[in-house]
Design a protein around this ligand. Structure first.
Ligand code: ACM
Ligand code: ZN
Length: 741
């Protein structure tokens, strides 16, 4: 008895010691995201103390203040900040001419007495500070004093600079008005990951968000929509804008305003009806749809208005770029507008698309006088712009190739990698989001290639970078995510956080780190400690599910091994079909189940923050109501850009004459499967068909095909040939089910 007790005590001590050791090891690892160019670690470390001083060279006062403001709340230390030309100890911020010319480059060196950060400019220096924060324990991001934390910084020598100059996020404040306070927090999230460009989507059908002194109705009328409890909106005064621009600039973020034209302009047209083709009075729409009402291209007054607006915008935003939208213009009104048609005739234009080109050129000529370069969605690149512009490529990489060949620069904003308003996963319980692109998991974002074949060789320097989108059309006015006004719970802000983090970190590494150094497994490992950082910073985020590391077939089922991808978190799981919660059984090692469908596991960071479950869905079970499995499609079986046949053998599954239904059901992948027709063959002869357009994705449309088997013949070979293709890309998988009526 005594011996056992002694032994238990011994093991407990051993466990505690190894636990502490493992913490030491984690601390010494450098887990900076995005991965720096060069990191060398030493065995030394620097400890922040109440009397640690922050020295800065002339011109870096703002950066020193920001560093102190970042470190003080959590440490509780009131750091002394002091200008100095040299410093033997403490933290020293220096402007230096680094070997690396890039204005955003920095060097960070930590030894036991000195933390030295050097940058060519304040921008680089700010990034050295961001890396320093990531070397400190996660609690440093807290805005409240954290006790019992050793503020230890591992000894390192880091040299770093970005691969791309445009590292962006777009925030759609048009569809949902985010407060100035939220915009600043969004900038903080960006800055943490060295993102430097905020594309500010200020105008859309559902709201005009920027005060324009010459046109007060833009915000008096255009910033508000809906009735009674649905009424909502808001706008930034010019002082608010100046405040946001300055806040961003201090964090090396340039704000690029977007004023949409000619479409997505309903809010402006509702405020000033003469801006539309018909002059009709509209209300600001409470719902998102592609409106037919667009700015009239045929009236001089439209250009007077746009130029007046841009003049005020240029006065507020120092950015070299101005985004003019240009996407999704429906030309129906232009086609029947006498002014638009007269202009078209006068200019000898072939079609309305050329009228939009005319508009783009005219606006471009105007912006040039202010030394600004226009940016537009890839629609503006379709036809010849006279001067160089920037195409924001959202449709597909072919558009980027076209743009660079025409001499323009490009920023990638591809839907299936960078539309963060799409859900990451289709797990039951996932937050409802837009789904027209399919899913955009973090790993997909990480795989984005900014140098597709054709661009790399000749047009490398024309790829400026990439920008992800937080569209808010599903918020507030949408059917999915409508805000409940009486609850006033900042639901939309929470959604926005959840959509942004952690995917923003994946994009950051895509645009900052050399492609050759990007490694998903290593990235995941470095990310494991970042969730705690978000938690401390008060950012909402999506916690990843556990990973199924291995499943081994045994005599009576499977042995399951799970992997945790979040530091200082637990895996909890169930094997009885129930949904796990933070009090379910804790995972300590491989366990056995009869069927892989039997377990569900979550990652628990704390009692209130846990992931959706990892589980292996039983597809046959899930799809049972659609009949039996006829076959599957995968990225390997759907090939080419055009519709190609997917052939499935149905011999044995068709077993009588009569009517059958074939249903296409998507399971995974970034984009949907498009279907044109399904033909039935008996011994190689076509005997029936159903031709109609269908699609199977996160949402299905016309995905059921029906035909009659005229005369069943035993022993005959039955096959279906479905003409299918991937929408944008062939990357989805799914099941094809067959059911006899
Ligand atoms: C867009 O998604 N309409 C650019
Ligand atoms: Zn018109």
């Amino acid at each position: 008895m005594k011996n056992t007790k002694y032994l238990m005590q011994y093991f407990k001590t051993l466990l505690t010691v190894s636990f502490l050791l493992s913490i030491q090891v984690i601390r010494a690892q450098v887990t900076i995201v995005p991965l720096p160019k060069s990191v060398k670690t030493t065995t030394e470390s620097f400890k922040l103390k109440p009397d640690t001083k922050i020295y800065y060279q002339s011109g870096l006062h703002q950066e020193a203040e920001l560093l102190a403001a970042a470190l003080s709340p959590a440490t509780g230390y009131d750091f002394t900040i002091k200008e100095a030309s040299a410093a033997p100890s403490g933290i020293f911020l220096q402007k230096a001419r680094l070997g690396e010319q890039n204005r955003e480059a920095y060097e960070l060196e930590v030894n036991k007495s000195l933390v030295s950060i050097k940058g060519n400019t304040g921008s680089g220096l700010f990034y050295g500070i961001q890396s320093l924060l990531q070397l400190l324990p996660p609690a440093v991001y807290s805005r409240e004093r954290q006790k019992n934390v050793a503020w230890q910084i591992p000894g390192v020598k880091i040299s770093d600079s970005p691969e791309y100059p445009w590292r962006g996020m777009m925030l759609d404040v048009g569809r949902y008005f985010f407060s100035t306070e939220y915009v600043k927090r969004f900038i903080d999230m960006m800055a943490m990951y060295k993102m430097n460009t905020l594309h500010f989507h200020l105008t859309d059908d559902n709201g005009w968000r920027i005060e324009i002194k010459k046109y007060p109705k833009l915000t008096e009328v255009g910033a508000w929509r809906g009735k009674n409890e649905k009424r909502n909106g808001g706008y930034y005064t010019q002082d608010d804008i100046r405040d946001i621009v300055a806040y961003a600039a201090a964090r090396n973020v340039e704000v690029i305003p977007e004023i949409e034209m000619p479409a997505h302009a309903m809010a402006a047209i509702a405020a000033y009806p003469h801006l539309g083709c018909t002059g009709q009075q509209f209300e600001v729409p409470d719902n998102q749809y592609i409106s037919k009402e667009i700015f009239c291209a045929g009236k001089h007054s439209t250009f007077d208005f746009l130029q007046d607006v841009l003049t005020e915008v240029f006065g507020l935003f120092p950015s070299h770029y101005i985004h003019i939208g240009g996407d999704e213009a429906n030309y129906e009104r232009w086609k029947s507008c006498p002014d638009c048609q007269n202009l078209k005739k006068e200019l000898n234009l072939k079609n309305e698309s050329e009228l939009q080109v005319y508009m783009n050129r005219r606006i471009q000529a105007f912006t040039k006088k202010y030394n600004r370069t226009i940016v537009g969605w890839d629609e503006i690149i379709e036809d010849g712009l006279k001067e160089k512009a920037v195409g924001m490529v959202w449709h597909n990489p072919d558009k980027a190739l076209k743009a660079v060949e025409m001499g323009h620069d490009v920023v990638f904003s591809l839907t299936k990698f960078l539309y963060f308003d799409m859900a990451e996963n289709a797990i039951p319980g996932e937050v409802q989001m837009a789904n027209w692109v399919g899913l955009v998991p973090m790993e997909k974002t990480y795989q984005l290639n900014l140098m597709p074949a054709g661009i790399e060789a000749k047009h490398k320097n024309q790829v400026l970078g990439a920008s992800a989108t937080i569209w808010s059309d599903q918020f507030n006015h949408g059917t999915l995510l409508r805000e409940f006004v009486p609850l006033n719970e900042n639901r939309s802000e929470k959604y926005s956080d959840y959509m942004t983090l952690p995917r923003l970190s994946a994009l950051a590494e895509v645009v900052w780190t050399a492609k050759s150094k990007q490694d998903w497994a290593d990235f995941q490992k470095r990310m494991s400690g970042h969730y705690a950082r978000y938690q401390h910073a008060g950012y909402g985020f999506r916690l990843p599910q556990p990973v199924l590391a291995n499943s081994v077939k045994t005599n009576d089922g499977y042995q399951v091994t799970l992997k945790n991808v979040v530091d200082n978190a637990e895996i909890r799981y169930t094997v009885d079909g129930t949904y796990p919660n933070p009090y379910s059984q804790i995972y300590t090692g491989p366990f056995s189940v009869k069927s892989l469908n039997d377990f569900k596991a979550i990652i628990v960071l704390n009692r209130s923050q846990y992931s959706l479950p990892l589980f292996v869905p039983d597809e046959n079970e899930k799809f049972k109501k659609y009949g039996t499995l006829a076959g599957k499609w995968t990225p390997e079986t759907v090939t080419g850009k055009n519709f190609n046949p997917l052939t499935l053998d149905l011999t044995g599954k068709i077993d009588a004459s009569g009517s059958y239904k074939i249903t296409f059901l998507y399971t995974t992948g970034g984009t949907k499967l498009e279907i044109k027709s399904v033909e039935l063959y008996k011994n190689g002869q076509k005997v029936a068909e159903d031709v109609h357009d269908g699609a199977a994705g996160g949402e299905h449309t016309g995905n059921v095909y029906q035909f009659k088997v005229p005369q069943f013949e035993t022993g005959a070979k039955y096959e279906i040939k479905a003409m299918v293709r991937g929408d944008i890309d062939n990357n989805s998988s799914g099941a094809v089910m067959i059911k006899k009526d």
